[in-house]
Every structure is written in C-alpha cells, then in structure tokens.
Design a protein. Sequence first.
Length: 73
Amino acid sequence: MKTKDVGSEEDLLRSTIADFEKQIILSALKQTYGNQSKAARRLGTTKRILAYRIRKYGIDIGQLGGTNDRTQE
C-alpha cells in the first residue's frame, strides 16, 4: 500500500509542477501579448522550448491577443 501512496504523491507533485509551469507561461505570454519570442526571453528559455511547452499544455495563443511572432519581431 505504501508503494501506491508514493506513486500518488509523485503524480500529485508532477501535476502541481505542470500546473505551476503552465501558469508561469500563460503569465509571460499575457505580458507580451502572445509574442512567443519575447515571452521566451522573459522566461530565460528559447522560443523552441517555449513552443514545445505551449503545445504540451494546450495553450491557445489566439486567446492572448497575439499574432504570428514573425510579424512582430
């Protein structure tokens, strides 16, 4: 039974970290009006890694009032 509890705690930790990471990414994207390049710089990461995480968390950039990054850089 302890093994199952540990697994549940690990799952809870992973889920909590993922939720926190998603909120940080959303905050950076809102502050940059959806501009992924600027958000990535603000977060200290690359645009490629940020784009991966945006897909991973299913974040809809269109909701943030942004347009395609290439036109804003």
